[in-house]
Design a protein around this ligand. Structure first.
Ligand code: SF4
Length: 241
């Protein structure tokens, strides 16, 4: 892995490695970047905007902010200002996830995430985008791997790039090799105030528990997390059930 001093260069280098390794961007791609205003998606948007200036193939990008019932207006203004300062066009799409709940059903993160993902894909297809870029990072991917093993009895995680079979569309995760601490350092270094979740339902306790367990398991070591990540592509079926 690259040895560089500042966080911006490090994040840029790691996303470059991921984008090249998984051939994430093709000539003429139209990339829809999902932005929430949080540190991960804003880092992603900034990184892709900077790379557009020199990346060997041309691509367009638009940031899509899905506005749910929980997003305060101040966050939206802050997000619009930041994206504007980086010359990234953006669109806000209102998705009333609470209003869509069937009678008697309680609000939960699974419902919310499904509604947002559906609208994201619908928007991308309707507007002719070829890639959806998401801000998931190394920690998210490793946590998902363990969560799926523990709670679903399944060995699966989040792939850095996934092509939809049914649609001319792929999901890309350019921050797949970036540790969360590196993203946090980047946001602090740049001094842009990414918003933190104020959602009253922000209690994805299983993910929080997994995050703590992962910290215990790896001691926060980026190298160990990368080894877990690498194990997803070094599978030896002979030694599995
Ligand atoms: S924390 Fe809130 S915004 Fe995030 S997925 Fe859960 S319900 Fe949706």
């Amino acid at each position: 892995m690259p040895s560089v001093k500042n966080a911006e260069t490090l994040v840029a280098k790691l996303s470059e490695i991921a984008m090249r390794r998984y051939s994430m961007i093709e000539e003429g791609d139209r990339v829809l970047v999902a932005v929430s205003g949080g540190k991960d998606s804003m880092t992603l948007a900034h990184d892709l905007a900077m790379k557009r200036k020199w990346w060997p193939v041309r691509y367009e990008m638009l940031a899509l902010h899905i506005v749910t019932d929980f997003a305060p207006e101040s966050n939206q203004r802050q997000l619009a200002d930041l994206l504007g300062s980086w010359n990234i066009p953006h669109v806000a799409l209102e998705v009333p996830v609470i209003g869509r709940l069937k009678e008697g059903r309680a609000m939960n993160c699974y419902w919310c995430a499904t509604q947002r993902r559906t609208e994201l894909i619908r928007y991308a297809l309707a507007e002719g985008f070829t890639k959806i870029a998401l801000g998931h990072h190394l920690d998210d991917i490793v946590e998902t791997l363990f969560m799926n093993m523990l709670y679903k009895g399944e060995m699966s995680g989040m792939a850095p790039m996934v092509r939809y079979v049914k649609y001319p569309l792929a999901v890309i995760r350019p921050l797949a090799l970036c540790d969360e601490t590196q993203i946090r350092a980047f946001v602090e270094e740049k001094g842009f105030g990414a918003s933190t979740s104020v959602c009253p339902y922000d209690a994805d306790s299983r993910r929080k528990v997994m995050r703590a367990k992962l910290r215990e398991l790896t001691g926060g070591s980026i190298e160990l997390k990368r080894n877990i990540f690498d194990s997803m592509s070094h599978v030896n079926p002979e030694y599995l059930a």
